[in-house]
Design a protein around this ligand. Structure first.
Ligand SMILES: [Zn+2]
Length: 134
């Protein structure tokens, strides 16, 4: 597990939302699914690995999720994106909803990993918001 991918989820912490600060460590493993409980060394708060990043717990490579999100605008539909990526439309909907809840983090990843521009990212979010409302 790469702790650099996680950040502290405590809004009161000075390292809140910041990645790669070296403040995240493993506290313990819990539950049937062997979920990691992580600890922030700055504020001493613990949180599940499923928090703090939208991509964990999805059991899908992050790159595939990001690519699907980027494809949503191009294809214009969840169904078309699912077909292109070889996943069901329900899966794409789940990724989309999850991404929408973590818009800031996902935007950063899209810029970094897929080299999307701010304009493309704005387009994506307005597309997603429009679809979610209807
Ligand atoms: Zn913290």
């Amino acid at each position: 597990m790469n702790f650099e991918d996680f950040f502290c989820t405590n809004p009161d912490c000075k390292d809140y939302g910041k990645k790669g600060k070296g403040n995240i460590a493993l506290d313990r493993i819990y539950g049937k699914k062997k979920t990691a409980l992580l600890k922030c060394k700055t504020c001493n708060k613990t949180f599940s690995e499923n928090r703090g990043t939208p991509f964990f717990g999805l059991h899908t490579p992050k790159g595939k999720v990001l690519k699907s999100l980027a494809m949503l605008v191009e294809r214009g539909s969840v169904r078309g994106t699912g077909r292109a990526m070889g996943v069901s439309k329900d899966t794409v909907s789940r990724w989309r909803d999850r991404a929408a809840e973590h818009a800031e983090e996902v935007s950063r990843e899209l810029m970094k990993d897929l080299n999307l521009t701010q304009v493309q990212i704005d387009e994506l979010w307005s597309f997603i918001q429009k679809k979610r409302k209807t």
